[in-house]
Write a protein that binds this ligand. Structure first.
Ligand code: MCU
Length: 382
């Protein structure tokens, strides 16, 4: 298993809301809901559980655990595998399948490392990896605001389930891993799973890495607002004249977030969470996000500032090398720039292939923020 925290103790209280919260700056990762300081690694496991409950409570909706029952089957034709899953819950049942493309040759004894790629992904995958193409939009649709409650997940849990589309996608990823764990014929190394996606699917990949502890490496690409950007910082960009996607816009555009989130988008200060905390949930596992500064709408300051804030958690845990960020221009949205391949490969080498001597100290921006001022102490006051 990838490194993970022990479950928090029974005394850890994890409400889904915090009454009276008010902070225009980014919420402090190192203060519990109750206002007491987070001082130890054990404290962080409780704080992380609090953050998980709050993110579900305010913006993601409820992430269900495993369904009442599920079963899977696997077939292989050449280097192309098909993993089919049937899940049953409360009298309902759904089936979905994913294609796994395998390298040729004999599998390593532990099985192949795997990249779960939302809608196929848009990053170069090193040789020697299996790639599962995840039809997340089939699990929960993301056409526009009318997609609310549409997709396989809602056939199982009902159209009134509070889970947003991205949360439903996480549920599907978890079921895929459940079945891979119990399907030796698929020859996947469960300790060596990465997840990726670009843009809207990059937002989803970050959610999956945050909520599914069996994912060893999380790689959101150009996820922007609703992904590795923070709601408060995107609004700051907008207020400073850059036309970006804010929370107010995102909730009208699509169903990536819960219906409930719309109640907060015009009053962000009351949110006890922002996306630096979503990203921090990935720790101690690895996270590297890639951003594109050629497009103002991708809210480049917000992503940089938000990941800078998330980085403080990896630093506090003594694992800054587990969190990378690279932000450049010179390429189309979701087109991969070859000059980022070295840092991407370094993360695969270290966190999937266990090449522990590989350096993953990549955290940089080209500072193209479209004239919006970045003053770290204004946002990060811990
Ligand atoms: C990050 O890009 C997203 C964007 O945030 C959405 O608002 C937009 O509709 O879709 C973009 C995307 O997924 O482009 C492929």
């Amino acid at each position: 298993m990838p490194q993970a925290f022990p479950s928090p103790s029974a005394s850890c209280s994890t409400p889904s809301t915090v009454a009276g919260f008010n902070n225009s700056a980014l919420p402090n990762p190192f203060i519990f809901n109750e206002g007491t300081p987070v001082q130890t690694v054990e404290d962080w496991s409780c704080r992380r559980a609090q953050i998980s409950a709050l993110i579900q409570g305010y913006e993601a909706g409820e992430l269900p655990g495993p369904p009442d029952s599920f079963s899977g089957s696997f077939s292989l034709s050449g280097t192309r595998g098909t993993l089919s899953i049937t899940a049953r819950n409360g009298g309902n049942s759904i089936s979905f399948s994913s294609t796994i493309t395998y390298p040729s040759g004999t599998a390593p004894a532990a099985g192949w490392p795997l990249v779960i790629a939302y809608e196929g992904g848009s990053i170069p995958i090193p040789s020697g990896f299996a790639v599962l193409s995840y039809s997340n939009s089939n699990m929960a649709e993301q056409n526009d605001a009318s997609s609310r409650g549409q997709g396989l997940f809602y056939e199982l849990y009902g159209t009134n389930a509070t889970a947003s589309a991205m949360t439903a996608w996480v549920w599907g990823v978890s079921r895929i891993i459940d079945v891979l764990e119990t399907t030796p014929a698929a020859k996947i190394n469960i300790d060596a799973i990465a997840v990726t996606g670009c843009s809207r699917d990059g937002k989803g990949a970050l959610m999956a890495g945050a909520f599914e502890p069996r994912i060893a490496l999380t790689i959101p690409q150009e996820s922007g607002s609703g992904g590795d950007a923070c709601w408060r910082l995107s609004l700051w960009e907008q207020d400073n004249g850059s036309v970006v996607q804010t929370a107010t816009e995102i909730v009208t555009e699509n169903v990536w977030f819960s219906s409930n989130f719309a109640n907060y988008v015009d009053n962000l200060s009351v949110l006890p969470i922002d996306h630096h905390l979503l990203a921090a949930m990935v720790a101690p596992r690895a996270l590297v996000s890639f951003e594109n500064t050629d497009f103002a709408w991708l809210s480049p300051l917000s992503s940089f500032g938000c990941m800078t804030a998330a980085h403080t958690v990896f630093q506090a845990l003594g694992i800054p090398q587990n969190h990378g960020f690279e932000q450049i221009g010179g390429h189309e949205h979701c087109a991969w720039p070859a000059n980022l391949t070295a840092s991407l490969d370094a993360f695969f080498d270290r966190f999937i292939l266990n090449e522990t001597s590989t350096s993953t100290n990549f955290f940089s921006t080209n500072d193209v923020f479209y004239g919006v001022p970045w003053n770290q102490s204004q946002w990060i006051n811990w």
